[in-house]
Design a protein around this ligand. Structure first.
Ligand code: GUN
Length: 278
């Protein structure tokens, strides 16, 4: 069996570290505060938002919940964000995505002050990440870097292949691996001979959104595999973009689904909230 990279344990460790730091902040009279905005009541979004609020409560971060009606106008949402940008008590602002179709996500993301952009989605945050300046990092890719580092995986000099080029995972992941001195290739749906490319990877990061797409023939013997996908099958069981059973004898280390990347996204969101106060 490969080494299982335990995202649940690593995220718990990060949350403990943050809890200690927040306790010390509170002794100095500082209470970190995150505003969480959800528009409409998409069930998956509600689960994510609740988990975020629970993590805040555990660490000692105050959370302000804004549960807005599906019919909220773009201007109403912009006005709320502008108000929260000005509110000195609020350190971080999170707008849960996706938003209803009548609201332009880019406009909303760009309304959030880069100083409070704890998701790391604002173009200013992305630009800072690109040139290696200070700024909030996208939570999922930052969580993956933590998973690798805290599992003793060396990134420097390694062939890192990312499958998927989304703004939330693939693209920022490439920037963060480059920052760690990895040699980075980004493959995607139009890539020719994907197998040939993934077979070069010492570290393979998969974020394509297709259940069990990556099988043993995509993988180099001894590779470290990070599975960002999460899907629910007909029997209500969770699985990733990687066919775990098929690849497990070939990889040296792998993240499970669930319990791999998922818990890290929230841990890194909490890290960004504390960083907003620091
Ligand atoms: N929807 C899916 N993932 C995320 C995330 O990381 N942040 C926000 N705001 N919305 C999401």
């Amino acid at each position: 069996m490969p080494y299982i990279i335990d995202g649940k344990a690593i995220s718990a460790q990060i949350k403990e570290e943050l809890k200690t730091e927040v306790t010390a902040m509170k002794e100095r009279g500082i209470v970190p505060c995150l505003a969480v905005i959800q528009v409409g009541n998409d069930p998956a979004s509600s689960v994510y938002v609740n988990n975020k609020k629970k993590a805040c409560a555990y660490i000692g971060i105050e959370s302000l919940a804004y549960e807005l009606d599906e019919c909220t106008t773009q201007q109403e949402l912009v006005s709320l964000i502008e108000e929260l940008n000005q509110n000195e008590k609020v350190n971080g602002i999170l707008v849960q995505l996706p938003l209803p179709k009548h609201i332009d996500e880019d406009t909303i993301i760009q309304t959030i002050s880069p100083k409070k952009d704890v998701d790391g989605f604002h173009p200013m945050s992305v630009g800072n990440m690109c040139i290696g300046s200070k700024g909030f990092l996208s939570c999922t890719p930052a969580g993956i870097i933590q998973l690798l580092k805290r599992s003793g995986v060396v990134i420097e000099g390694k062939e890192c292949v990312i499958v998927g080029r989304s703004n939330i995972v693939g693209k920022p992941m490439a920037l963060l691996l480059l920052r760690e001195n990895g040699t980075v290739t980004v493959a995607h749906s139009r890539t020719k001979d994907l197998k040939e490319i993934t077979n070069r990877a010492d570290i393979l990061i998969v974020a394509i959104g297709k259940p069990k797409f990556i099988t043993a023939d995509y993988i180099k013997e001894g590779a470290v595999v990070i599975d960002v996908g999460i899907h629910r099958n007909a029997e209500n069981k969770l699985c990733g973009d990687v066919d775990f059973e098929d690849v497990k004898e070939k990889v040296s280390a792998i993240t499970p689904v669930p319990g791999g990347v998922g818990p890290m996204t929230i841990a890194m969101l909490m890290e960004n909230c504390v960083e907003a106060v620091r």
